[in-house]
Write a protein that binds this ligand. Sequence first.
Ligand code: ADP
Length: 175
Amino acid sequence: RANKSTHGIFIPHLVASLEQVEQTYIMVKPDGVQRGLVGEIISRFERKGFKLTGLKLFQCPKELAEEHYKDLKSKSFYPTLIDYITSGPVVWEGVGVVASARKLIGSTNPLQAEPGTIRGDFAVQTGRYSDNENVGRNVVHGSDSPENGKRETALWFKEGELCEWTPAQAPWLME
Ligand code: ADP
């Protein structure tokens, strides 16, 4: 909700109750970093209106990558996926941000990702043998559920590394 001051200027208050606020963990993957897409990808989330609450660039240790992708342990591509994940994570927070961020990112397989999405615009790997094989180089990661958004954020960011702030544009983004 936003209140109008006596001067006609909107004063941002809480735009959503705390239960409504989701966290998602967005990671620019090593191919995105190597290809100079960090700014472009962050910019897309900023332009959408999401609030950045944490940002770091670092070489991901193997144990962290394994914990992050533990649900994919049984997949044949798991070892190469772990080898590939090494740098550049960012976190965004906002209302409905998980599903919305997945839309901005596009399908896992770059061939199926629509133009206009991050993967649709910037990823070329389309599968060596079939549509769903070898789709690893897809530039960016986004949590697939609010629960995983919380889990992954806690995994990649320590307490005190996230910044709580009120964006000036908040009342212009939501009623
Ligand atoms: P998403 O990242 O879209 O949530 P998944 O959770 O299914 O997709 O997979 C995690 C990541 O593992 C993908 O983004 C991609 O980098 C890699 N990956 C998925 N499927 C394959 C595959 N068949 N071959 C190689 N890498 C894959």
